[in-house]
Design a protein around this ligand. Structure first.
Ligand code: NAI
Ligand code: MG
Length: 367
């Protein structure tokens, strides 16, 4: 009997629909009589605010929980910028869905030869000898920390109008830290970032990471690194961070964007958000995964067939790898992307002349 994977497709706003269309084309290449993909497409972000008054509906959250994996493109744009913020704004749709799926670990691979050594060579602002051999994955705690803090204080002052003073609490819980630790899979060394010298929340982070790693991966080397100096190391000796960089929501957000500078271009970097890996014995539900590019909705280039679909297409590879147990197929997608980029078929952000659709078609042909 054919195996059917249920995939929730969330194109969102801006360039989202265009790049998602290419990812779906690539996904379809892997349909066989034995393997079907049942796609359900829904609204999220600004388009959901326009249609339903909220950035994500309960129905869509439920659809995410009922799916085998979620492909998400990007949300937001100037239309909604001044209307809403936080959980009510377009990005709130993504935050809410992360929370509903409890996808506590955001993985962002960073490798000097991915998606292609030729891209790194041309676009990285780093000297080749500095980044040669860089290969790490940032594991960012995704469901806690300051990003989910409540606004606890607001003040108005000054003659020149109203000024908001907001304070957030940092509710990174024991469980979310412990689970981030378990997402850092061996055999890597694990480099855990914090600011334990000044933040109480970081001292908790450090204690829990120590305990989790000692209990679950005693054979894995664990290093604690202050987050600010990790930033400097990433810019001066990034190879020394090879392994897993484990960090809370805020530090993880910053270090993973900074890691994006190694490859030097946004349009080619995918990410995976997981609540565990298949086979994880501590999982209380089945594994959930949401796959999204690291870039945003790039509203100024939307609708012109010029957005780079590569990051979104590489999300399909990560989905095959982490959610669908299709490692060979994941590698085939990555190889096809490499081949197409190396052949010079590229969008304008990579100095090429091809459109979004042409790059997608070339990757499909290479497959
Ligand atoms: P952005 O990532 O959308 O764009 C940054 C720059 O990179 C722009 O010059 C853009 O044209 C370019 N770019 C991004 N993706 C590209 C692609 N695939 N191909 C070619 N060029 C690409 O970030 P920005 O400008 O800060 O934000 C734009 C909107 O996206 C905002 O409304 C923001 O809130 C939203 N956003 C959404 C995210 C998400 O949905 N996860 C993440 C980051 C931003
Ligand atoms: Mg970021």
């Amino acid at each position: 009997m054919a195996k059917t994977f249920n995939i929730l497709v969330l194109p969102g706003d801006g360039i989202g629909p265009e790049i998602m269309a290419e990812a779906v084309k690539v996904l379809k290449v892997f349909e066989t009589p034995e393997r079907k993909f049942e796609l359900r497409q829904e609204l999220i972000g600004g388009c959901s605010i326009d249609a339903h008054g909220k950035p994500v509906t309960e129905e869509v959250k439920q659809a995410a929980l009922d799916s085998d994996a979620v492909l998400f493109a990007a949300v937001g744009g100037p239309k909604w910028d001044n209307q809403r913020r936080g959980l009510d704004g377009p990005e709130g749709g993504l935050l809410q869905i992360r929370k509903a799926m409890d996808i506590y670990a955001n993985l962002r691979p960073c490798c000097s030869t991915s998606p292609s050594a030729s891209i790194t060579k041309e676009f990285s602002p780093f000297k080749h000898e500095v980044i040669e051999g860089v290969d790490f994955v940032v594991v960012r705690e995704n469901c806690g920390g300051a990003y989910f803090g409540r606004k606890v204080e607001e003040a108005t002052y000054g003659d020149d109008g109203r000024m908001g003073l907001f304070r957030s609490r940092d509710p990174t819980s024991y469980t979310s830290i412990r689970r981030s630790g378990t997402a850092a899979q061996p055999p890597w060394p694990v480099i855990s970032l914090d600011k334990a010298n000044v933040l109480a929340s970081s001292r908790l982070w450090r204690r829990v990471v120590d305990k989790t790693m000692a209990a679950e991966y005693p054979q894995v080397k664990l290093v604690h690194q202050l987050a600010d100096s990790a930033s400097l190391i990433l810019a001066t000796n990034p190879r020394s961070l090879n392994g897993v960089i484990l960090a809370d929501n805020t530090f993880g957000d910053m270090i993973s964007d900074q890691a994006g500078s190694i490859v030097g271009t946004l349009g080619v970097l995918p990410s995976a958000s997981l609540n565990g890996l298949p086979g994880d014995k501590t999982l209380k539900t089945r594994p959930y995964g949401l796959y999204e590019p690291t870039h945003g909705s790039a509203p100024t280039i939307a609708g012109q067939n010029i957005a780079n679909p590569v990051a979104m297409i590489l999300c399909v590879a990560l989905m095959f790898r982490y959610s669908l147990s299709m490692e060979d197929e994941a590698q085939r997608v990555e190889d096809a992307v490499r081949k197409v980029l190396d052949s010079g078929i590229r969008t304008s952000d990579l100095g090429g002349k091809a459109g979004t659709k042409e790059v997608g078609d070339a990757i499909v042909s290479a497959l």
